[in-house]
Design a protein around this ligand. Structure first.
Ligand SMILES: [Zn+2]
Length: 70
């Protein structure tokens, strides 16, 4: 499931996963700032959205490293 989302993100606008990676960062107590809701502690960082964004980043990077076959 997570991998499928990452593939979709990797195939779309880079700004989407770049934004996720920029927003979903750890706070001082190791919890995700973007997933925190109204002062309630977020999930432990990296949250699932961050993990998906990183997986998409990884896919895009490995695509770029593949030799062009044209
Ligand atoms: Zn998050």
């Amino acid at each position: 499931m997570r991998t499928e989302i990452a593939i979709v993100l990797a195939g779309g606008e880079p700004a989407v996963w770049q934004r996720l990676m920029g927003d979903h960062v750890s706070d001082a107590s190791g919890r995700c700032i973007a997933c925190r809701v109204h002062g309630v502690g977020g999930p432990r960082w990296p949250c699932s959205l961050r993990a998906v964004a990183e997986a998409a980043h990884e896919l895009v990077r490995s695509d770029r490293q593949m030799p062009a076959d044209r």
